[in-house]
Design a protein around this ligand. Structure first.
Ligand code: SF4
Length: 324
């Protein structure tokens, strides 16, 4: 069996999503997040891919971002422009932070195939650096908005897989592995221990065993609303059907919520205004000793207790009669 890191991580989140994508080969839908991430990765690959240690200028980097920009998956030109300007600002900060230490990496966007006896692991390492100190560092760019808590990073299999790949592919033992979170401009560097590696290999073995046994149960999680297979997922399809059946037939439920909130906000003000208008009308009717008056859309009159009543619609302007 050959697996990539993303396949393993997809299985860990939801085995059924893994089945849709990697067994049934149902393609993932294009999305702003994917296009944004791939464009930034390509721009940074280009930035470091130079024959001599003279880095491209910031302007050249931004020009290249425009050249390699992936336009698919955006809902509108406005949304795409927003993401493009965000990518520009991310590269700007990256450039200012890293330009002083610019050096040509040992490897860039390097594919690998690792043999673990019980399966093969494939993947691509974003960057492999040799630091000034001589230490070997694997760097993986991330385009998440937030840095996950450290305990989650230790559960992630990506860095241990890259560590093993570097040993098998280049016969080099990395001294450290780094997740570079581009959006918050934060590097999280970890030293890989043998204990961590053995634990990671055991986790991969368990995933492989379950895939071989064809265990593909759906696992509801926080990312379900963004799942590409929401309509095909038996678990979520049932939930969506029962949710839809309680919705009004011709309105988006969001519009119903918004209208209700807007009405609730307006009611107290409207009641106060109506009471004020009734006061004016009552004074007008008493003053003129009449018991009804008309507007262009209807008539209001005084009942026996002196309350204002709205009556039928009329086209007339004013009705005057003696009180009593
Ligand atoms: S909708 Fe959720 S439970 Fe269903 S396949 Fe996707 S991730 Fe899994």
């Amino acid at each position: 069996m050959r697996l990539s890191y993303s396949a393993i991580s997809t299985y860990q989140v939801c085995p059924m999503q893994y089945k849709f994508r990697y067994v049934d080969k149902m393609p993932a839908l294009p999305s702003p997040a994917i296009s944004f991430g791939r464009s930034l990765h390509e721009a940074l690959r280009w930035f470091y891919d130079v024959p001599t240690p003279d880095p491209p200028s910031l302007e050249e980097l931004i020009d290249y971002l425009e050249t390699c920009w992936i336009s698919e998956g955006y809902a509108s030109p406005e949304e795409e422009a927003k993401y493009f300007f965000h990518a520009m600002s991310v590269l700007h900060v990256f450039y200012k932070t890293n330009i002083e230490d610019f050096r040509i990496p040992l490897a860039l966007e390097q594919s690998f195939l690792v043999d673990l006896d019980f399966c093969e692991l494939s993947g691509v390492i974003d960057r492999l650096d040799k630091r000034e100190t001589g230490e070997i560092e694997i760097i993986d760019y991330k385009t998440n908005r937030r840095v996950p808590p450290s305990n989650k990073l230790y559960e992630d299999l990506q860095l241990p897989i890259y560590h093993i790949a570097t040993i098998q592919t280049w016969d080099l033992t990395p001294d450290m592995v780094t997740f570079y979170y581009l959006i918050p401009n934060h590097r999280h560097t970890i030293k890989v221990t043998n204990e961590w590696l053995s634990k990671a290999v055991e986790t991969i073995r368990k995933v492989v065993t379950r895939i071989e046994a064809e265990i593909f149960d759906p696992r509801e999680n926080a990312l379900c609303p963004w799942c590409d297979y929401l309509d095909d997922c038996p678990l979520m399809r049932n939930k969506l059907i029962s949710k839809k059946s309680s919705e009004p037939p011709d309105m988006e439920i969001g519009m119903v919520v918004d209208e209700l909130i807007s009405l609730k906000k307006r009611i107290p003000g409207m009641l106060r205004r109506a009471q004020g208008l009734e006061k004016i009308l009552r004074a007008y009717l008493y003053d003129r000793r009449i018991n009804a008056v008309a507007g262009s859309s209807g008539i209001v009159s005084l009942d026996r207790s002196g309350n204002i009543c709205v009556v039928h619609e009329t086209g007339s302007t004013e009705i005057e009669s003696e009180n009593g």
